[in-house]
Design a protein around this ligand. Structure first.
Ligand code: HEC
Length: 228
């Protein structure tokens, strides 16, 4: 075999390897280490639905798929610490004594009013009298009569409990409003109860009925006064 032939044969082999090694095949070829080829997929930012379906399929608590819900107890950045309550009756009763943790004079009542009008006024009405467009004196599409919030004897804490867990035909607003926003709305309601637009002194007002259910403080006595 001449040198020339060897070179030519070599060129043919190189060309053949070059031709056959490049294809349009996208598969990784034979999986001789399947663990590596088909690794458990953590699709961190995959669409939630896809993740939920995947974990339903896996039917396994140890499924690596994220459920789409934050871990229980998660607190959003900048959010106030949660008030520990639950939906049960005892918790609803004990909520009565909880004070609005917001510094009332600092509550932005314009913002609180905006939140109330968006979330609550459709039922409770812009006058808070329980006659919003959804109820409309019984002619609206919502059959249950929303409570008259001005006349309501509820304390701030109980109202917060209602806004968080709902009551009767009213649902929870915990997923629409953050803890702070719910307290803002409660502050707004109480500013209306006190009858003042400035609100500040009256916002702490618990109604006389509510005040009688717990120790009357100088504050609550004073606060109840503007109503009369
Ligand atoms: C879909 C209509 C609807 C919406 C929206 C709604 N509520 Fe209600 N709410 C009701 C009804 C109906 C009741 C009466 C429930 C009962 O007593 O069985 C009620 C009762 C209440 C009570 C109890 C008052 C009392 O004295 O018993 C409070 C407090 C309250 N709502 C606050 C709110 C707040 C705050 C919002 C907005 C975040 C809101 N509601 C949004 C329908 C609604």
């Amino acid at each position: 075999m001449s040198i020339n032939k060897i070179v030519k044969a070599g060129l043919v082999i190189v060309a053949a390897v070059a031709l056959f090694s490049c294809g349009t095949r996208r598969s990784p070829g034979r999986a001789y280490m399947p663990d590596m080829t088909y690794s458990v997929a953590y699709e961190t930012y995959a669409p939630a639905q896809q993740r939920l379906e995947a974990s339903a399929k896996a039917k396994n608590e140890l499924s690596p798929f994220y459920s789409g819900m934050p871990v229980p107890g998660t607190i959003a950045r900048g959010e106030m610490l949660p008030i520990h309550m639950s939906s049960n009756r005892d918790s609803a009763m004990s909520a009565a004594g909880i004070k609005n943790p917001l510094e009332l004079a600092k509550v932005d009542l314009k913002e609180a009013e905006r939140l109330f009008l968006i979330n609550c006024a459709i039922c409770h009405g812009t006058k808070l009298d329980g006659n919003g467009p959804l109820y409309n004196g019984g002619n609206g599409p919502f059959a249950a009569k929303p409570a008259d919030l001005v006349a309501s004897a509820m304390t701030e804490g109980s109202m917060f409990h209602v806004a968080t867990f709902g009551k009767g035909q009213m649902g929870s607003y915990a997923s629409q409003l953050t803890t702070t926003q719910r307290w803002e709305v409660i502050a707004y309601i109480h500013s209306k109860k006190a009858g003042g637009s400035t609100g500040a002194p009256g916002m702490n007002a618990d109604s006389a009925a509510a005040a009688s259910a717990k120790p009357v403080t100088a504050d609550s006595a004073k606060a109840a006064a503007p109503k009369g």
